[in-house]
Design a protein around this ligand. Structure first.
Ligand SMILES: Nc1nc2c(ncn2[C@@H]2O[C@H](COP(=O)(O)OP(=O)(O)OP(=O)(O)O)[C@@H](O)[C@H]2O)c(=O)[nH]1
Ligand SMILES: [Mg+2]
Length: 557
């Protein structure tokens, strides 16, 4: 059972190795990859017809006794042997298999190893299972490692009857088997048609054997003569080493010899599969030396990613931008809610964001201080350290692969960061000024007008007094003359409103700067993820996948 399991696993191991070659190409040593690719190609070629089964076909003229031989080997009347010729018109498959292997959810089912799919593929619908571990037992309670376990014996239609279809069926089957057994008798062994086939079909590389059947009808001497004759003819066909088995299905003579040959063939196929398996495991082990047997780092930690984006944010000079955002906000606030008599003075100074090409309405590239040499070096250094940290502890060539994947074009990285910061500022501009500014602005204008009206009024009163005109009564409110109240109140309230508004604007400026800092930091983290962290993670993923595949291919962990 162990052997069968191993044979059934080979296709999966091969698939894993093949996938590992795909992932490893361009990453691992070229020669190792080429060697593994060679093993995959060879094994796929050898295992085209499945790994778990040995196919043996009984071929020969009609009436030579093929069906009788099958019955003799199976130990049961499974094939119809008869006098009416030809008897067998479609191929019958008898397969030796522990019953567990035919359950639908068995590992091997559906894989290359499944006998049912193999026979489907061969187009053989007459099937008979020779079970031997319970059920349809030939050998009751026999151990599952039966010498014929995995054998598929095919009783094939004749090649010489009037039925052309038989010959085509026989030729098709013969092209796909591991062992060709020609059944003949003393009368037919020199048949030209058979020898033509012997010569042609030997080219398929299958082992060829000859059964001289019906020896119960011959004397011992005649058997000896016939066998010698057949050996001579086989040698002439180019099949010098093909065994000749003298047999009688009637007496049972020679049945053991044929059984022995079948068992040997099964064993050789198993050996071939075992050899391929060893090759696959060797190739997987060879690749594993570069992948490393210890798991090591499997992902770029959040801590490293966060530290990198923080460093990049620092290097980008974002604080200069956020300071300018705050100062710009305060300046804009002053323009709307400042004391109208002095607000103009501050507006004469340039907008702090203008220097950075980030003033409202500008759309061009910002010119952040990241361009400065020190900051450029700082961002380069941050990337270098992260890349080195991720590669640490991994076997060659991974630190190098990770370095190559995680080191972006520095100018490209800086431009992307610069764009992110610029966009964060521009998104903020899109929000527009706070609504309370407009309300306070109206209030400031009213207060200023009140002060002006008061001033003009008082001026007129003073001028009238100067000209000694009769005094016009001045209206009062609680003993304070209205013009005085307008002038003093307008001025004082204007200043108070300006002071309070400046406080509020300062708080707003801080909030806006925070918003920009947050948006830009997130955007820079995104850029770092895209250009540095992501590509390194892709390499780590490739290594994780390779480890998994190579373990699946049988590499030792
Ligand atoms: N005397 C003798 N007769 C045999 C022996 N083996 C088979 N026969 C007889 O030979 C005849 C043909 O046997 P089959 O097994 O049907 O031959 P086949 O090669 O399957 O023939 P087709 O199916 O027509 O191709 C039958 O009548 C068998 O009884 C044997 O060892 N000795
Ligand atoms: Mg037959």
């Amino acid at each position: 059972m162990r052997l069968r399991r191993e044979r059934a696993d080979l296709p999966k191991q091969l698939e894993a190795l093949s996938a590992a070659v795909e992932v490893g190409a361009g990453r691992l040593d070229e020669e190792r990859i080429a060697a593994a690719r060679g093993v995959v190609a060879k094994a796929e070629e050898r295992l085209r017809h499945g790994t778990g089964h040995t196919l043996a076909a009984l071929l020969g003229a009609t009436g030579s006794g093929k069906s009788s031989v099958v019955n003799a080997i199976v130990g049961n009347e499974v094939a119809t042997a008869g006098l009416r010729r030809p008897t067998t018109s479609s191929t019958l498959a008898c397969y030796w298999m522990a019953e567990a292997d035919t359950t639908p959810d068995d590992d091997a089912a559906g894989s290359v190893g499944s006998v049912q799919s193999l026979l489907d593929w061969l187009g053989v619908s007459n099937r008979h299972q020779v079970a031997f571990a319970g059920g349809l037992t030939k050998i009751d309670g026999a151990d599952p490692d039966h010498p014929l376990d995995g054998l598929v014996l095919l009783d094939v239609p004749d090649h010489d009857s009037v039925e052309v279809g038989h010959r085509l069926e026989m030729e098709r089957i013969a092209a796909h088997v591991d062992l060709l057994i020609w059944v003949t008798d003393a009368e037919k062994y020199a048949d030209m048609a058979m020898h033509r086939y012997l010569r042609a079909l030997s080219g398929y590389g299958a082992v060829t054997a000859m059964v001289l059947n019906k020896i119960d009808l011959l004397t011992e001497d005649q058997v000896g003569t016939c066998v010698a004759d057949i050996e001579r003819l086989l040698a002439a066909d180019g099949l010098k080493n093909s065994p000749v088995i003298a047999m009688s299905t009637t007496t049972g003579a020679g049945v053991d010899d044929l059984e022995h040959l079948l068992a040997e063939t099964v064993k050789k196929k198993q050996a071939m599969v075992a050899r391929l398996r060893a090759d696959v495991v060797d190739a997987a082990d060879s690749l594993m030396t570069e992948v490393g047997t210890t798991a090591g780092r499997t992902e770029v930690s959040d801590k490293l990613a966060t530290r990198l984006s923080q460093e990049l944010v620092q290097a980008s000079g974002l604080s200069v931008v956020t300071d300018a955002v705050a100062a710009g906000h305060r300046r804009d606030a002053n323009g709307k809610v400042g004391w109208p008599f002095t607000r103009w003075a501050r507006q004469l100074r340039p907008h702090p964001l203008r220097k950075l090409h980030l003033a409202p309405g500008s759309s061009g590239r910002s010119s952040l201080p990241a361009i400065s040499g020190i900051q450029l070096a700082r961002s380069e250094n941050a990337v270098r350290q992260t890349v080195a940290a991720v590669g640490t502890g991994l076997p060659e060539p991974w630190p190098d692969l990770i370095r190559r994947a995680g080191t972006p074009n520095q100018a490209g990285l800086n431009n992307r960061i610069d764009d992110s910061v610029g966009e964060a500022v521009r998104n903020l501009h899109d929000q527009g000024p706070p609504r309370w500014w407009a309300v306070v602005n109206v209030l400031q204008v009213i207060l200023a007008l009140a002060a002006i009206v008061g001033a003009v009024w008082l001026g007129l009163l003073a001028f009238g007094a100067y000209l000694r005109l009769p005094e016009v009564p001045t209206p009062e409110y609680r003993e304070i003359p209205i013009p005085t109240a307008l002038l003093i109140g307008g001025l004082m309230l204007g200043v108070v409103v300006a002071v309070v508004s400046r406080r509020l604007a300062a708080i707003g400026a801080g909030r806006r700067a925070d918003k920009v800092r947050q948006a830009a930091t997130e955007a820079v983290a995104g850029v770092a993820d895209h250009l540095v962290i992501g590509p390194m993670q892709a390499e780590l993923d490739a290594r994780n996948r390779l480890r998994e595949l190579l373990l699946g291919a049988g590499a030792s962990s």
